[in-house]
Every structure is written in C-alpha cells, then in structure tokens.
Write a protein that binds this ligand. Structure first.
Ligand SMILES: *Cc1c(COP(=O)(O)O)cnc(C)c1O
Length: 473
C-alpha cells in the first residue's frame, strides 16, 4: 500500500492545510501578483487588496477574516437556491463518477442533457420545447444571434439581418454580447463590434421620463422600436432583444405599457422577440420567467445564472416551436461548443430546477417572501432622504438615489454616492450592489423572512450612513 504512489489524497490534504493557514494579507498579495479580475481597475484594487471569500451557507458568506456577510446579491444574481446545497453537490459528484464528459456533437447525446431538456420543456411556458446549451449568458446571446439568422435564412428571408437592442441593456461580455448590450464604456474598448446591431433608448422613466406619466413614457419608448424598424425597413429587421427588466443597468422596471406595445410592434412587422432571461429566469420575480411577470410572449429566451444557481457554469437558449421547426428543417446549424450540454452542468441544473419546483422555492417567492421583501423595503425606506424610487418585484429591487425625490432630480455625481454607500455596505457585512446611482438587491430565493428583516435593516443602515455623510440626516 505505502509502495503505491497515489498523489491525490496527500496533495489534497496539503492544499487544504495551506489554505487554512494562509492569512488574508498573503492571499491578497498572491491575488495581486497573478490574477486579473473582471470589470476591475487592477492598479487601484491591488493597492487595497481584494476581499477573500472562503465559504458560504444559505444566504451568508464568510471572508478570510471570519466575517459573516449577508449576500444581498446571490453572488452575481445567480445563487437562486442559496449556498451549500448537498443535493446539488451530490448530483455533480455522482455525474462525475458516472460520465464526467461527453460531447453532444456527431449524432450523440447522454441522459443528463435529455433529462434537463425534458424538465425545461415542463417549466417553461407553452411553446418552448427545444433548448440549445452553452456555458454562459454571453454565449447564450451569441447563440440567439445564430438562431435568429439561421431562422430567417431558412424561411427564405435572409435580408432580415438587423437586431435591435437597447442602451443600458446588458447582454454579456463576449464581443457579440457586448455589441448587443448598450454599455458605451464596453463598446469603446473594442475596435469593432458585431455588425447589424442597433440600439434604441431604454424605458427608464425616473431618469429620462421628463414630464410624461410612466404610462405615456413606456409607450413612447416602445414606439422608438417601431420608428427604428421603419427607418431600417421591416424587411431588414430580424429581431428585438431585451431584458424583461434591466438587471446590470440598475434593476430598471419598465412602465406597464412598455412590453405589450413592444410585442404588438414585433408582431406587426414580423420581428422576432428575444427575451434575455439570464437574471429574470428561474424565479427572481416570483414567476418562473420574468416575461410572465410583464405579460408578453417571447420567441427565444436566453437562460444562464439561475439555471444552475451558479454551482457550475451553464447557459441555454429556449427556442419556441415556430423557430425550432424551421431550424430542424433548415439543414446544418453551424454552431456548437465543446461543452454544449455538459453532463455535470446538466445534472446540476436538473437538481437545481427540482429544488425550485418540488422544493416550492418559486411558489414561496411569489406568495410569501417576495411580497414580504417588497413591503419591508418600502416600509423601511419610503420617505428616506436619499431614495427617489424603489423598483422591483419578488426578490429583486433597485433603489434610486436622488437629490430630490419630488422633482426626480438626480445627483450630478450620483455614481460616487452609490460607491460611498457600497463602502458602508462593505464595512457592515452586507453585499448590496451599486450601479451608478442605483443600489441593487437580489438575494438568494431561499431567504427567510427573518433574513429579509436583517437584509433590509442593514440596507437602511448603510443608506442612513450615506445620508449622514451628505448632511441629509
Ligand atoms: C449576466 C448576464 C449576461 C451574461 O452572462 P455571463 O454568464 O456573464 O456571460 C447576459 N444577460 C444578462 C441579462 C445578464 O444579466
């Protein structure tokens, strides 16, 4: 036995020993020495050092100094079933032993991807029976472009090439995802973008609605789609893509008039309606998918994040029957990824969706914790000197920081105040995100009412501290 060299257990023991012994400062130095972070200014980050998160359970994270932090963002909007679920870990472990990898190219498939597809057909609205897999939301939106173009080519309208999306929309960070997205600072980084993508204005009433009522403004912004289609020529327009509510853009909930009008326009000009459900999907608003909350019917849905609750990477595109029929009859679809339908990711997704459905998690968001969160937040913050609007439904909310709530006057340097508030969150062991001058919450969907009280209490504390900094309290 001792003659047989088996490096695995020993290596593992050494690794976890070293891990436990390492002090925060050492982690930070190594991180600064070798790791480039996403969406970060590494020069200034390396000077202060990153926060090192070492473990998590339920809605809580722990850092390397032993601080217990309440995660008001479910990681990056993804850990819907909360941290530390043994059933998801078990699903991954068993699948790795059984079949850790095989591809789905070359006339081949495997049980986990079949089970996941069947399950997705059950939980998605009628009309969605077909699913294409990838590893992320960005790749999902790349796939949407491929599907849309293949569709129009296969029904004999290859001229329909333009895809219309929105300013301040977020569709990921691959070249296609960033091109679809409406984040100017991401466009500036690229010498070229994917062609045939054009942007219209966002339905952000608080910031851009002027003297209009939200309802008038929602209609007007939707009608920009019609104007753009007419400008390009309907025979040249393939699709419109949007997040049902903008997530990274600041949890912007469009006025009630917006989506019905968008849908009417898409139908009128035969333009495909693509919903990016990467954040909204899998229960965030209390419905399975956010478009159900807003009452429209998309032709494709981009899925990721909550699909696996972030336990392993996976993305997917749900394709309605009209498009799927054309794809199936349309010859070769020249798109695929080594890990399309990865068996371990698929097994985890299946376990995750079962928790959301059989575990009653989404029902609970719809009927109990969602309304409780929205009410508690409003009770705590209505009339707060910094808050101009609270947008949200279910377990997602965006809080607008404002200089004057009545006139909807925004701070000239609003982003700075958001970051100031976020610094207070750091110091008070709360994860609440700042996007410009909006503070965002999107906790794990398993959060209890007592934990919601804690979350909202801490959010109010940090907003109070920020208001005090500004002499407003
Ligand atoms: C996060 C996000 C994406 C990108 O997903 P990645 O997995 O980061 O590639 C796309 N769309 C929306 C709406 C998102 O929130």
């Amino acid at each position: 036995m001792s003659n047989v060299f088996d490096p695995r257990p020993a290596t593992h023991a050494v690794a976890s020993q070293t891990r436990a012994a390492r002090a925060t400062r050492e982690w930070q130095q190594l991180d600064a020495a070798h790791h480039i972070h996403p969406f970060s200014d590494m020069g200034s980050l390396n000077k202060v050092g990153s926060r090192v998160i070492t473990k998590a359970e339920g809605v809580y994270l722990w850092d390397s100094d032993g601080n217990k932090i309440i995660d008001g963002m479910a990681g990056l909007w993804c850990v819907n079933v909360g941290y530390g679920r043994k059933d998801l870990a078990e699903a991954a472990y068993q699948q790795i032993l059984e079949l850790p990898y095989y591809n789905t190219f070359f006339k081949t498939t495997h049980p986990p991807v079949i089970e996941l597809s069947q399950l997705l057909a059950e939980v998605t609205p009628a009309g969605f029976e077909h699913f294409f897999y990838c590893n992320s939301g960005s790749e999902g939106n790349d796939t949407v472009l491929r599907v849309v173009h293949q569709y129009w080519a296969s029904v004999g309208k290859p001229g329909k090439k333009y895809v219309i999306s929105r300013k301040n929309g977020y569709h990921g960070s691959t070249i296609a995802g960033a091109s679809l997205g409406g984040m100017g600072y991401m466009h500036e980084q690229m010498p070229s973008q994917v062609s045939h993508i054009v942007h219209i204005n966002q339905p952000y009433w608080f910031g851009e609605g002027g003297d209009m009522t939200p309802e008038q403004f929602g209609l007007q912004r939707a009608q920009e789609l019609e104007a753009k289609i007419l400008e390009l020529g309907a025979e040249n327009v393939a699709a419109f893509i949007g997040e049902p509510f903008q997530g990274a853009g600041g949890v912007i909930f469009p006025p009630s008039t917006y989506w019905p009008e968008i849908q009417r326009i898409c139908r009128k000009y035969d333009v495909l309606l693509c919903a990016d459900e990467v954040i909204g999907g899998f229960g965030r608003t209390g419905e399975w998918f956010a478009h159900q909350h807003f009452g429209f019917e998309p032709d494709t849905m981009t899925l990721a994040k909550g699909l696996t609750s972030g336990y392993v990477p996976m993305g997917a595109v749900a394709i309605n029957r009209r498009i799927a029929d054309a794809l199936i009859d349309g010859g070769d679809f020249n798109h695929g990824l080594t890990y399309s339908g990865h068996p371990v990711a698929a097994a985890v997704a299946v376990a995750n969706i079962r928790v959301l459905r059989e575990g009653g998690v989404i029902d609970q968001v719809k009927h109990a914790t969602g309304p409780y969160f929205q009410d508690t937040l409003r009770q705590a913050l209505d009339g707060h000197p910094l808050i101009g609007e609270i947008a949200g439904a279910g377990l997602v909310a965006g809080m607008q920081l404002t200089e004057d709530a009545k006139t909807r006057k925004r701070f000239a340097n609003g982003g700075d105040i958001g970051l100031q508030c976020r610094d207070h969150c750091f110091r008070n062991n709360l994860i609440m995100r700042a996007t410009g001058d909006r503070m965002l919450l999107s906790p794990p969907l398993v959060i209890s009412k007592a934990e919601i009280d804690e979350l909202v209490g801490k959010a109010k504390l940090c907003l109070d501290l920020t208001a005090k900094d500004l002499g407003l309290l």
